[in-house]
Design a protein around this ligand. Structure first.
Ligand code: MEV
Length: 320
């Protein structure tokens, strides 16, 4: 093997934000997710011997990857098998802007970048079905029984309306929305939060089913607000959704505090995003200057990181 002209390839995926409908999407209700332009890159390089892996989470041989990441091993093995290649001779290096465990889809984005990288490396075309099948292996390991919204949204460049038994349909946004994302710095556990909702649904089915139905209504109204460019209406729906997520007991005092702060700073609306019990909030701003104003207020308080972006651009215009 001539390692002077080593073969190389990359696979890229972006992060995601759930705008409305997290948790109810697990119960086959609709939810809306948008791309969040934080990126993860998997770079594959030809090498000798076993597959090796380097990232800020783990460095070493693929077959000794730690248990919480074992789903990735399965995903990589299957991808090599589908490409009809022996599982050897590649070093995989992962670099990521996406904080882990913050409801930003880092696990789905990592698996998506890896699968794309492997197919690029072997010059194979990758169908969406194959991508979802492979990323699904890693996601099932990471989250138990995920709804599938994370892997659909990290693979989509457009906002999507997603429902488990129907699939994803893209939403065409007529006007830009300015979004602020603030990180509590606290790692959330999606699996645990999903199980918590399941438990309270078993204990108080009528109450939880009523909340689920109310969130479904919020999601359908949010879809209209997005399609008609009604940022004010969408903002109110975000805040309403947060109240319902509080009733499902997946928020926490820090998330609530950041939501309140954002609203006090004039946000059109705000809510937790993703699994909750830690992780991030999103807030909707009137325009770019307003978004930066809200972001600064959040950062001066408890937020560990803030980002501002417009959902029709690829660019994050403020990070602190
Ligand atoms: C996590 O990003 C979204 C949840 O609804 C879980 C899922 O859909 O699998 C909380």
């Amino acid at each position: 093997m001539n390692l002077l002209n080593r073969q190389e390839a990359i696979g890229v995926a972006h992060s995601k934000l759930i705008l409305v409908g997290e948790h109810v999407v697990v119960y086959d209700k609709p939810a809306i997710a948008i791309p969040f332009p934080l990126k993860i890159v998997a770079k594959l390089k030809e090498t000798y011997g076993q597959i090796t892996f380097s990232s800020n989470l783990y460095n070493g041989k693929l077959d000794t990857i730690p248990l919480p990441m074992k789903g990735l091993e399965e995903c990589i093995q299957k991808a090599f098998e589908l490409c009809q290649k022996p599982l050897e001779g590649v070093h995989i290096e992962v670099t990521s802007d996406i904080p882990v465990g913050r409801g930003l889809g880092s696990s789905a984005a990592l698996a998506t970048a890896l699968v794309r990288g492997i197919y690029n490396y072997f010059h194979k075309s990758l169908s969406l079905e194959e991508l979802y099948q492979l990323v699904g292996l890693a996601e099932t390991h990471a989250h138990g029984k995920p709804s599938g919204i994370d892997m659909m949204s990290v693979a989509s460049d457009l906002p999507i309306l997603y429902q488990r038994t129907i699939g994803a349909s893209p939403l065409i946004v007529s006007k830009p929305f300015h979004v602020v994302v603030a990180d509590t710095g606290k790692i959330g556990d999606t699996k645990k939060a999903v199980n918590h909702v399941k438990e309270i649904k078993l204990r108080r089915p009528q109450l939880v089913e009523a909340i689920i139905d109310e969130i479904e209504k919020i999601v359908m109204e949010a879809k209209e607000a997005i399609l008609t460019g009604d940022a004010k209406g969408l903002g109110c729906l975000l805040t309403k959704n947060h109240e319902k997520l509080k009733e499902l007991e997946v928020s926490d005092p820090l998330l609530d505090r950041l939501v309140e702060l954002a609203i006090r700073a004039g946000a059109l609306g705000a809510k937790l995003t993703g699994g909750g019990k830690g992780g991030c909030i999103i807030a909707l701003a009137r325009d770019k200057e307003h978004a930066i104003h809200i972001a600064r207020k959040l950062k001066q308080d408890e937020a560990k990181m803030v980002w501002c972006f417009s959902n029709i651009s690829e660019e994050i215009y403020f990070v602190d």
